[in-house]
Design a binder for this molecule. Structure first.
Ligand code: F0G
Length: 454
């Protein structure tokens, strides 16, 4: 088989800025050992997130010029709505400026104290929007999904027995059920069609609506095509259509599989719920035919949704992540297996086994990665999820580093460079020492925390 190649050629480029190791040591020190506080101009390869960082196509940039900026009844909204209805099949399409705005509206309608919202794993913003209303965000991912070495093909699946038990015990407290495709919090892991169907049947048997957090739906569809019996000959579009045919609605961040730099939506079948959602939309986002977006954004996103389902793109996308993962595995680096659709998750606890969780090994990794190669990743460990109670650090159960690949942005040589830098870090891993937090905010401390080397 010939090599899988980038399925595009490059028409417009953006220079990246090289710095020296001495520069980066100073920049990191000035940023208080927190890469979130580094200016993007000082980063060579930015793998902080795959959200809003995609390269748009020539066709998307062209579509931008055709945007209709009318306040009401914009032609661009009609195109956006029609594309979403084609793929997702829901009756009502409610545009929002990004995914969390859709979550906020949904939870304003469905949440509230005493309520419980099950999901495989809630993403941080979903959890925060559930908890903000006083409801409980419950994670029901299968046990295999929690084991970083387990090679289950659909590690994002939701545990049906746990869902059934929950429904039989607390039926009246559950306004709706969710599943996240792919499961970002669990490592970008896919959910099978069989699982989606079974979740839907279980919820519907109890009269509960089923909502899919669909940020990376195209990557999920591709994994189903590769790994689930009966889908090899179906197109990603057909698979996506089938996935959503089981659900009653979706939340979406189009900053992921919409190839957008901004955008999202809430889609629903139920007329009464949609009316409530639109009333909140008008209050917080805008008129229902633009939500939080400009007409030109709606055009670019409609075009992006078409492109993201291209089998050549999806094959290249998933192959890129697997390629980076395999290079790291060859070096001896432990990662969450199998690699997911948008990112590689490195196990920093096993990389820096000499550094205890209280000294933030995953933060040490992101800092070393920056100093060694100008590469930015994100810590998903005790800085993000640990808690400081009465001056004592209570670490998280995992110390991961996510290297998320922006869509269509970096080439294979960039990926080789990332793998080379990590191989060099691996050779010197015994020399690394821990960190302590010197300043932190009471919530979401990872964004602004200040640290210093021990
Ligand atoms: N759901 C999932 C699964 C996500 O990964 C995200 C965002 C959201 C919802 C919220 O969407 O950012 O448009 O408001 N994830 C980004 C990330 C931020 O880096 O993984 P948003």
């Amino acid at each position: 088989m010939p090599e899988i190649i980038e399925p595009f050629r490059i028409k417009s480029v953006e220079p990246i800025r090289f710095t020296t190791r001495e520069d980066r040591e100073r920049i990191l020190r000035d940023a208080k050992y927190n890469p979130f506080l580094i200016d993007a101009d000082d980063v060579l390869i930015d793998l902080l997130t795959d959200s809003g960082t995609s390269a748009m196509s020539a066709a998307q940039w062209g579509a931008i010029m055709t945007g209709d900026e009318s306040y009401a009844g914009s032609r661009s909204f009609r195109r956006f709505e029609a594309k979403i209805q084609e793929i997702f099949g829901f009756k009502h399409v409610i545009p929002t400026h990004q995914g969390r705005a859709a979550e906020k509206i949904l939870m304003a309608i469905a949440g509230g104290s005493g309520k419980i919202i099950p999901n495989n794993n809630h993403f941080d913003t979903t959890r925060a929007n559930v908890e903000f209303t006083g409801a409980e965000a419950l994670d029901l991912v299968i046990e295999e999904g929690k084991d970083p070495d387990h090679l289950h093909p659909f590690k994002g699946n939701l545990d049906l027995e746990k869902l059934k038990t929950l429904l039989s015990r607390s039926r009246d407290q559950i306004p709706l059920g969710m599943v996240t495709v792919t499961n970002n919090t669990g490592g970008g892991q896919p959910v099978s069609m069989a699982n989606i169907k079974a979740i839907a049947e279980t919820l519907h048997a109890n009269g509960k609506p089923f909502i899919i957090d669909s940020c990376r739906f195209a990557e999920n569809a591709w994994f189903i095509k590769q790994r689930e019996d009966g889908y090899q000959d179906k197109t990603p579009l057909e698979i996506a259509q089938e996935m959503f045919s089981h659900a009653d609605g979706a939340t979406m961040s189009l900053k992921k599989d919409g190839f957008g730099n901004i955008g999202g939506f809430l889609a629903l079948n139920d007329d009464a719920l949609a009316e409530q959602a639109r009333n909140i939309l008008i209050l917080t986002e805008g008129f229902p035919t633009y939500g939080g977006l400009a007409g030109r954004d709606l055009e670019a996103l409609a075009q992006g949704l078409d492109e993201v389902l291209d089998p050549h793109y999806l094959e290249y996308r998933v192959a890129t992540v697997r390629y980076l993962a395999n290079k790291l595995i060859e070096t001896g680096v432990k990662i969450v297996q199998p690699p997911g659709g948008h990112a590689v998750y490195i196990d920093a606890k096993r990389f820096y086994s000499q550094i205890p969780a209280e000294q933030f090994p995953a933060q040490v990794f992101v800092n070393e990665l920056y100093v060694a190669g100008g590469i930015r990743g994100v810590e998903i460990g005790s800085v993000m999820f640990g808690r400081c109670i009465d001056g004592v650090e209570h670490p998280a159960d995992r110390e991961l580093v996510r290297l998320a690949l922006p869509r269509r942005v970096y080439t294979q040589a960039h990926v080789n460079y990332v793998a080379d830098v990590i191989a060099e870090m691996f050779g010197r891993r015994d020399e690394a020492t821990g960190l302590r937090i010197t300043k932190q905010a009471p919530f979401l401390r990872h964004f602004t925390a200040e640290l210093s080397p021990l």
